[in-house]
Design a protein. Structure first.
Length: 296
């Protein structure tokens, strides 16, 4: 018998959804940062075996008070992920504040999919905190099972993986067995550059940037060349552009070096990377820009 299913990972920003998906899939699929709202799209991570296929969806953290249109698009990716789930993993952590009117809870109360509660970051909190969170959640929603784990340390994730397997319905493979995701290489190139922007710059810059891979040229078979990649970083203001460039170009140079290394590690190949910065005022509120950037 072949089993398959769609497992959608949901929760507030910064609780560790992407770290968990990467741990479950065993690949560095989604980018991760210490800042909230790192993930902006729904990203599939596909785990296949001879007789099963699990299609995980990592989603953006649900933004409770959207401040611009991009937030609304991000939230739409989350609500879309309620519809096709064979299983929902609601990820939380002891410091994650919820109230009874939280839109995520209201959506979950209406969804008929089985739900697992994942209390993440167990390495950071004492066991009495796990119990407190578990009790608070069980009063809000019925969960099929509750797991306390550390996605970062990869402890407790095996029990979760086993429980997911047990729950998978009979079904076909939806994707070729060697496929790991639904996104092309250029998407991951942009994401890895964005991950480094989140890491290198303070509060304002990461949220004002979007990265677009402009070209991705693989050498012809008879050419002894490397992959050539060009990416554009969009910011909203000239002052942000100046920060990204840095004194004498030092910041953009550093960003280029870090991003190239990350992309080379991801692709397992040497690349040439060219970065450009463009100013596009208010792109986060502009429908046409958002569409062009993939916020459909
Ligand atoms: N201590 C600890 N930190 C963790 C754990 N899992 C994730 N983190 C950290 O939490 C931060 C957020 O992790 P992400 O995986 O990016 O969280 P996310 O829920 O995908 O965040 P958004 O995409 O912004 O919604 C990062 O600094 C992670 O290293 C964990 O099990 N323990
Ligand atoms: Mg994420």
């Amino acid at each position: 018998m072949h089993r398959s299913g769609f497992v959608n990972i949901l929760g507030h920003p910064n609780v560790g959804k992407s770290t968990l998906m990467n741990a479950l899939v065993g690949e560095r699929m989604s980018i991760i940062s210490a800042k909230p709202q790192t993930t902006r799209h729904r990203i599939l991570g596909i785990l296949s075996g001879e007789d099963f296929q699990i299609v995980f969806s990592d989603t953006p953290g649900f933004v409770l008070r959207p401040s611009y249109k991009m937030h609304e698009k991000m939230n739409a990716f989350v609500t879309g992920a309620f519809e096709d789930a064979d299983l929902v993993l609601l990820v939380t952590e002891p410091n994650d504040p919820y109230d009874e009117q939280d839109p995520l809870i209201l959506h979950l109360q209406k969804s008929e999919s089985p739900k697992f509660l994942i209390i993440n970051k167990s390495d950071k909190f004492p066991a009495r905190e796990w119990d407190r969170v578990k009790m608070a959640w069980e009063a809000r929603l019925p969960f099929t099972q509750v797991f306390t784990l550390s996605a970062l340390r990869n402890t407790g994730t095996e029990e979760l993986a086993a429980a997911i397997h047990t729950l998978l319905p009979e079904g076909p493979a939806w994707y070729p067995k060697d496929q790991l995701t639904d996104r092309p290489e250029r998407f991951f190139v942009s994401e890895l550059i964005r991950e480094n922007i989140f890491e290198m710059f303070g509060q304002e810059i990461p949220y004002s940037c979007e990265v677009v891979t402009e070209y991705y040229q693989e050498p012809a078979e008879d050419e002894n060349d490397i992959i050539r990649i060009g990416a554009e970083i969009y910011v909203m203001r000239n002052t942000q552009k100046a920060i990204l460039i840095g004194k004498g170009g030092s910041a953009i140079k550093e960003l280029g070096i870090r991003s190239r290394k990350a992309i080379e590690e991801f692709l397992g190949e040497h690349i040439f990377l060219e970065l450009h910065i463009k100013v596009r005022p208010k792109w986060r509120d502009d429908d046409r820009s958002l569409k062009g950037f993939g916020y459909g």
